[in-house]
Design a protein around this ligand. Structure first.
Ligand code: NAD
Length: 272
């Protein structure tokens, strides 16, 4: 079988490099080019040293040269939606990991992928553990009235809480269909100690060197607690999900949102 040809958008970035190296290790896949706004040469050598492939800052021209089956994107949101438009209109499947896409962007990707009869996978978190955690906590959210989310990240993370924590809260609320209960503390002697609040869900953000990205969801019920925790210790955690998405996207038409959907973990009654 011919390998699935892939163009990496954001090839010089941390994720772009990891993904390029992982594709090179997989005999079913082949990197045929790279695009990055910082590209200064017309070619780059693949990490396994096997060959040089075209490299550019101009996606449109490289799509003409390389004719990839799939575009994988790890850049920034504005670049990502524009690349998705360009690729989908040319009949190229897309796998997008860039965070920060808006609901309107997702609608546009869904519409363009259907109109051009190609697949699109957009997943804000490509770790398999996070997808399984999401599925588990959505089930628990129906039976427990109290929940806290503790998310732990490296000390240089710019924002708090994490996008994943907010997405987890949203998914649990959707599954439950009403807010959680929250026990107010009569006297908080240190402001902020109880964490932030979303519809009864308390979120605590730990920022410490040593962590990469971890999340624990703790449910409280009568005489019992339930904790579901996911830890990542390196950037390679995203790779199995990305590789799976590349192999799946070519078999589909339209948008698949979230790795949990791709893994068939999500209930069929839920949309994006
Ligand atoms: N979905 C996931 O599981 C997952 C995992 C890790 C990171 N991310 C997200 O992926 C994105 C990239 O992360 P990173 O750590 O690799 O960042 P990074 O800054 O290391 O890499 C981004 C790359 O995109 C390039 N770029 C920026 N604008 C561009 C443009 N207009 N055209 C072409 N290339 C452009 C940059 O030059 C850079 O090389 C972020 O949004 C991050 O949050 C998602």
């Amino acid at each position: 079988m011919e390998p699935i040809t892939v163009l990496v958008h954001g090839a010089l970035g941390k994720m772009g490099r990891e993904v390029t190296a992982a594709i090179c290790r997989d005999p079913e896949l082949e990197v045929v080019g790279g695009v990055d706004i910082k590209a200064t040469q017309e070619q780059f050598t693949l990490p396994d040293g096997s060959k040089k492939v075209p490299f550019s800052s101009d996606l449109s021209s490289l799509l003409e040269v390389c004719h990839p089956k799939v575009l994988v994107d790890f850049t920034i949101a504005e670049a990502s939606i524009s690349a998705a438009r360009t690729a989908l209109k040319r009949g190229v499947n897309v796998v997008i990991g860039t965070s920060g896409l808006l609901e309107d962007n997702l609608k546009e990707i869904a519409q363009l992928s259907e109109a051009n009869r190609v697949g699109a996978v957009v997943a804000p978190n490509f770790t398999i553990g996070a997808a399984v955690l999401l599925n588990a906590v959505k089930a628990a959210a129906r039976f427990f009235d109290y929940v806290d989310i503790i998310e732990m990240h490296h000390h240089e993370k710019a924002d708090a809480p994490s996008g994943t924590a907010l997405a987890t809260a949203k998914a649990m609320l959707q599954s439950r269909g009403k807010p959680f209960l929250y026990s107010k503390t009569k006297k908080e002697t240190l402001s902020g100690t109880r964490g932030g609040q979303v519809d009864g869900i308390t979120i605590h953000s730990v920022r410490l060197p040593g962590f990469v990205a971890s999340q624990e969801v703790v449910f409280g019920g009568q005489g019992q607690t339930l904790s579901v925790r996911h830890d990542t210790i390196g950037r390679e955690c995203y790779i199995p999900g990305v590789i799976m998405a590349i192999k799946e996207v070519v078999k589909r038409q339209g948008l698949v949102y979230g790795l949990d959907t791709l893994l068939n973990l999500r209930g069929s009654d839920e949309g994006i």
